[in-house]
Design a protein around this ligand. Structure first.
Ligand SMILES: [Zn+2]
Length: 432
């Protein structure tokens, strides 16, 4: 029996309640990196006895570690806690149009192993290449570490329907049964997230949007998408497809034809291949292969004063600015993060973006709006997939048991071997 809020509760009741305490505390340590018991009490609303009991268990099973002590003015010590980075691992996959990235991350999203290869844009990608990459990173692990692999996170470009079928022009997929194929070949729980959603998760976790409640990530490269956090919650939409920013109509009378079949979409004007295409047309080189010319060459030309390059980059910046102004008017974000290939031209794009924002948004909405460039580079997809895997593993009852239960009672780097300590009943262990 346990004493909770002054009332005796049975151990089984405690088990049910404790799961939520674990979620609250692990979730907070995930987002904040470190916290004292006092901060955990304040942020979770749990009483000191619950916090103490739950932390005692998390320290014992190795999911949480002591990070040090703070001393208050009265001389009282306050213990600082953190997640144990090596307590669990995630397989992570980033599926975009030109490169396949597979990795293995620890609890904190640090990439321990990676396997990457180029893929051909718009050529159908086979799942076997993904599973080969996963096998490669799993082979890098010691048996004890392998037992701590909890789940996989997959960041994909395109749209996934309820049955897990993905349509993604850049991966050459139309209703491709991604979930069915990967679920059966990876042999572990797999969580899937649209690339824009994964990237904003990564930026909020370890990037420039850390802890920001209202922020937008613009993924502008081969395609254009977004991920949004609104009042601290990821904006997913009814079918999980919110964020098709690239298909906002910027100019319906424009000749630029989009992959989706419409004219004048943002993506048709401001994505990397379309910037290159317009540059080739303007400079009299139409008919060449836009994929053979990286967008960075167009940016370099614009910096050197090439009029065709300047005109195309200015048009792309303005299109992005008009699209973004709709988001700012709708969502009132505090921060907009620019990511994807176009970060290589942020110095050229920022001016036209800001001018269009000023032309289309109320000044008060722009007073405190910050525009920043992603700091995570090409790892943002893998780190976002790790974040997706961590958060979904917390929500899943069986995986939470593994995160807080006997399977993690192994020796962790920097921790005293837990099996040598006095064992107390763990809330997630079955009592017989
Ligand atoms: Zn479109």
């Amino acid at each position: 029996m346990w004493l909770v809020n002054g009332r005796l509760k049975s151990y089984n009741n405690y088990l049910k309640v404790a799961d939520q305490w674990f979620r609250d505390i692990l979730g907070l340590l995930y987002q904040r990196r470190t916290a004292t018991r006092g901060e955990l009490i304040q942020a979770t609303g749990l009483n000191p006895a619950c916090i103490s009991l739950t932390i005692q268990h998390l320290l014992r099973c190795g999911a949480v570690q002591r990070a040090g002590e703070l001393r208050s003015t009265g001389g009282r010590k306050r213990e600082v806690l953190k997640l144990n980075s090596e307590a669990g691992y995630f397989v992570v996959v980033d599926l975009e149009g030109t490169r396949l990235r597979v990795g293995l991350t620890n609890f904190l999203g640090d990439i321990r192993f990676r396997w990457e290869e180029d893929i051909v844009l718009r050529q159908p990608l086979g799942v076997r290449r993904v599973t080969q990459g996963v096998q490669m990173v799993l082979r890098s692990l010691e048996p004890l570490e392998r037992a701590r692999v909890l789940s996989a996170g997959v960041s994909y470009t395109g749209l996934m329907d309820d049955s897990g079928r993905v349509t993604a022009v850049n991966l050459g997929w139309k209703d491709f049964p991604l979930r069915e194929r990967l679920d059966e070949s990876l042999n572990m729980p797999v969580f899937y997230g649209n690339d824009g959603h994964c990237k904003i998760l990564a930026e909020r976790w370890v990037g420039v949007a850390e802890g920001c409640a209202n922020c937008v990530y613009i993924l502008a490269g081969v395609g254009i998408g977004i991920g949004c956090f609104v009042d601290g919650h990821l904006l997913e939409g009814h079918d999980g497809m919110a964020g098709e920013f690239g298909h906002l109509t910027i100019d319906s009378s424009a000749p630029d034809r989009c992959n989706c079949g419409k004219n004048g979409c943002l993506e048709a004007i401001a994505s990397s291949p379309n910037i290159v295409r317009q540059y080739m047309e303007k400079s009299g080189r139409s008919g060449g292969d836009p994929q053979g010319h990286p967008v960075t060459e167009v940016f370099a030309g614009a910096r050197e004063g090439d009029p065709a390059a300047r005109a195309v980059v200015d048009r792309a910046g303005r299109a992005l600015g008009v699209g973004l102004s709709h988001l700012v008017n709708l969502l009132n974000p505090q921060l907009v993060v620019l990511g994807g290939d176009l970060i290589h031209g942020h110095d050229l794009l920022a001016g036209p973006i800001r001018e269009e924002l000023a032309g289309h948004c109320a000044p008060k909405l722009l007073d405190r709006l910050e525009l920043r460039v992603s700091s995570l580079g090409h790892d943002s997809g893998l780190k976002g997939a790790a974040s997706l895997a961590f958060l979904n593993s917390l929500r899943d009852g069986e995986l939470l048991k593994r995160m807080t239960g006997p399977v993690m009672l192994q020796e962790h780097p920097g921790e005293e071997p837990s099996r040598n300590r006095d064992r107390q009943p763990c809330p997630n262990e079955k009592v017989r």
